[in-house]
Write a protein that binds this ligand. Structure first.
Ligand code: SP5
Ligand code: ZN
Length: 317
């Protein structure tokens, strides 16, 4: 497997998030990328690549210019250790700005774009993006996300073919859904916790199916808390049927491992071995696939879960 990653992610390092008015340790820590990379380095079969720098216009194709400018200047003006919660361009209390946020978020988008580019020569690529992206909206950061890495890669690939996005993070990818809600050339399909019960609450319902030209090209599969392996795999199969019918040229997987039973902020009951099966079933579609890292917060297991999931794609290599 080709793995695209960068050390620049560590410059984004908020110490806390605000949860119900309380400061709690930031779940989306820089250690996440480290434990994933360490685990993948234990497996001999991977090739590491560094991202190249793509022009800003690829980010501006998904995000409003004023938002991108604000994030850059706000971030660059902060002292080391300072934290900013702006009153605009922010959809919740889970995405504070620190001094290194812009550098890390820009690099995460470059990691996704580099991965997308590598699909010219490889049938599957893993982009180890951090910070994650699927909650980042047209002009708002939120849910640990700043730039929508998967949406930026999808937009980039959509100039060369039809793109399906499969989002298997525990949380609904509201930002990604919004980016393509009125388009028929990019389909968004997501399995996630019932938004009546978990973040992002306001979207991810089964009756959100797209709008205008995009009607019928968004599909949400909300699942109740405590969903187990068999129910999850059964629902995944329905989602994969939708993708097969769309017959995409490219597949982007927004891969979050916060569906794991021991995830500190999740609420499903998936166990370690099932991630191999999830990977295998997706790989069976036999579509050129970019895997983009989203959530997953149990640092003791995150590396192993990523290993198992990527192992499922061995047939595509
Ligand atoms: C990319 C991604 O997975 N974003 C998730 C955003 C979820 N935000 C709400 C989480 C609230 C959990 N608060 C932490 C409590 C620690 N005990
Ligand atoms: Zn998540």
């Amino acid at each position: 497997m080709i793995i695209v990653h960068s050390n620049l992610n560590t410059s984004h390092n908020p110490a806390f998030e605000v949860n119900d008015g309380q400061l709690v340790p930031y779940a989306e820590s820089a250690d996440r990328a480290t434990v994933i990379l360490d685990a993948l380095r234990e497996q001999a079969e991977h090739t590491e690549r560094s991202p190249r720098n793509f022009p800003l216009r690829h980010i501006l194709a998904i995000h409003k210019k004023q938002y991108v400018d604000f994030l850059r200047s706000a971030s660059q003006q902060l002292e080391q250790g300072a934290v900013l919660y702006p009153s605009y361009f922010m959809s919740d209390t889970y995405a504070p700005i620190v001094a290194g946020t812009y550098i890390a978020a820009r690099e995460a988008a470059n990691i996704a774009l580099t991965g997308a580019d590598l699909l010219q020569n490889h049938s599957v690529v893993y982009s180890l993006c951090r910070p994650p992206g699927h909650h980042a909206d047209h002009h708002a950061m939120g849910g640990y996300c700043y730039f929508n890495n998967a949406a930026i890669a999808a937009q980039y690939l959509s100039t060369q073919g039809r793109v399906a996005i499969l989002d298997i993070d525990f949380h609904h990818g509201n930002g990604t859904q919004n980016a393509f809600y009125e388009r028929s050339d990019v389909t968004y399909i997501s399995l996630h916790a019932d938004p009546r019960q978990r973040y992002p609450y306001a979207s991810g319902y089964a009756n959100e199916l797209g709008h205008g030209a995009g009607e019928g090209y968004t599909h949400n599969f909300p699942l109740p808390l405590n969903t187990n392996n068999s129910k999850y795999l059964h629902t995944l199969d329905s989602a994969l049927v939708q993708i097969g019918q769309f017959a995409p040229d490219y597949l982007i997987v927004s891969a979050g491992f916060d569906t794991f039973c021991k995830d500190p902020i999740g609420g499903f009951k998936l166990t370690e071995p099932v991630y191999l099966q999830i990977g295998e079933r997706i790989a069976n579609l036999a579509i050129p696939t970019l895997i983009v890292q989203e959530g997953g917060y149990n640092l003791d297991y995150l590396g192993r879960l990523t290993q198992r999931f990527l192992q499922g794609f061995s047939s595509l290599r």
